[in-house]
Ligand binder design. Structure first.
Ligand code: PLP
Length: 449
């Protein structure tokens, strides 16, 4: 019997309805009509979800080898070179530059595209602040294009209207591992002759029409920070198929040394900084990479099952994928919460109640394009010396993303280790949500009273 369609001989509708008591046994807390833990009942689970990162002997061996070889600088050692080759080959791209972190990878990529003062970069607001900080670090302006609430990704239908003669780059973010509509983005970019830099910092091994993301546009950036699907503590990578862009980004990441060069040739080099990855990170990442495909498959299978279970619950709407997304990396399992289906229970109270059931859920991103940090930046001496009052006023007038504002009020997510649990753990999630929904009215009254 196919477990994805029917569990223990019951239809999925039965699983979360009256049949739940049979399936989950008579244990307290494990029926959808049991009293929620936040109201004094038993939680659905006490067992923790998997922790992250996960470490094995290969990680330890590689790390110790890097330590004992005492060649800790990338120019002496071999781990960073090996990791660059391995990541390029995993993605099917010609070039990879390992960097100290994902923010640095974005900055090196923007440098390679010569994005700088007075330029505009098109970006979605539903992202981690690092995407926008990398643009601001170049003294360029992020031009926010509204979010498609169904996919939580940049709305491709709204990109073209945001292009001006100053647009120097389109920067789609594959947020949560879900893939932006690359067919439409690449088509617009090609027609308007604007390069595309993919922020794939959350999208390791995700695919668009069978091709790994990161290598679809002119450049791609990855993060290997500890919570990422391929973790190295800190770390990042720039990837590209274009040799000139590679050489420029490589130079920038190491005071403009060329690949293989020990010292920069000051007669020909230009400005750069130090964004090099240390050997330790690369040694660890090489070990982690041997397991990343296995983890990716598990996340995908559990996400598919969870989506089926959640389809039964009104008011919880998992992010859709564009048809071209052939693999979601599920760095986050993203959803929208509609309180009208939960008798007006606020998202904050829903989160508290679900956490009390032993389910680690979080709210999604806030409206980054409206955050005060942007005004603080634009009011800095540096920005005021680059941009006129009129230019900043025009930027403010364009900065409206109503769909994103609404999404930020509704967003929820599970972080990726939740999807590394067992299939039965996905059933716990659905059961806990059903419990909360059944008592939503009482919870809503209590939290407003
Ligand atoms: C979408 C996105 N872009 C960029 C970054 C920056 O990566 P790092 O933290 O490695 O600098 C992150 C990291 O969380 C991210 O999630």
């Amino acid at each position: 019997m196919n477990r994805e369609h029917s569990v223990a001989g019951m239809s999925r509708r039965g699983l979360l309805g009256v049949g739940a008591a049979v399936l989950f046994g008579k244990k307290p807390g494990r029926t959808s009509d049991a009293r929620p833990a936040i109201l004094g009942g038993e939680p659905v689970r006490r067992k923790p979800f998997p922790s992250w990162p996960q470490v094995n002997e290969l990680d330890e061996r590689n790390w110790l080898q890097a330590l004992r070889e005492c060649k800790w600088w990338r120019r002496e050692g071999h781990f960073v070179d090996e990791f660059e080759r391995a990541w390029a080959s995993t993605l099917g791209v010609n070039h990879c530059i390992a960097t100290a972190n994902g923010t640095g990878a974005l900055m090196a990529a923007l440098e390679a595209l010569e994005v700088g003062p007075k330029d505009e970069v098109i970006v979605g607001p539903y992202t981690f602040i690092a995407t926008v900080n990398a643009i601001l670090a170049r003294y360029a302006l992020p031009v926010f294009v509204d979010t498609d609430p169904e996919t939580m990704l940049i709305d491709p239908a709204k990109i073209e209207a945001a292009i001006t003669p100053r647009t120097r780059c389109i920067l789609p973010v594959h947020i949560g591992g879900n893939v932006a509509d690359m067919d439409r983005i690449l088509e617009i970019a090609k027609r308007r002759n604007i390069p595309v830099l993919e922020d794939a910092c959350q999208a390791h091994l995700a695919e668009w029409r069978g091709r790994k993301v990161g290598g679809l546009g002119q450049l791609g950036a990855f993060s290997f920070q500890k919570f990422k699907n391929v973790p190295g503590g800190e770390g990042g990578a720039v990837v590209t198929n274009d040799r000139q862009l590679y050489l420029h980004a490589y130079g920038f990441h190491s005071h403009y040394r060329s690949p293989g060069e020990n010292a920069p040739d000051l007669a020909i080099c230009r400005n750069g900084i130090n964004l090099r990855m240390p050997e330790f990170q690369a040694a660890l990442l090489l070990a982690q990479l041997t397991r990343s495909e296995q983890y990716a498959r598990k996340r995908e299978a559990n996400a598919r099952y969870l989506t089926e279970l959640l389809a039964e619950i009104p008011g919880i709407r998992p992010a859709r994928m564009y048809p071209g997304c052939t693999r979601n990396a599920y760095h986050m399992y993203m959803m929208r919460y509609e309180p009208e289906h939960f008798e007006g229970l606020s998202r904050e109270m829903f989160i508290r109640a679900l956490r009390a059931e032993g389910i680690p859920i979080s709210n999604g991103y806030g409206p980054l394009n409206r955050h005060p940090f942007l005004e603080h930046t634009l009011n800095s001496r540096m920005f005021r010396s680059i941009y006129t009052e009129q230019e900043l006023r025009q930027w403010r007038e364009r900065n409206h993303c109503p769909e994103n504002d609404r999404l930020c009020e509704q967003g929820l997510w599970f972080s990726q280790p939740v999807l590394l649990a067992e299939q039965s753990d996905m059933e716990d999630i659905a059961l806990a949500i059903q419990k909360i929904r059944r008592y939503a009215g009482e919870l809503a009254r209590r939290s407003s009273g």
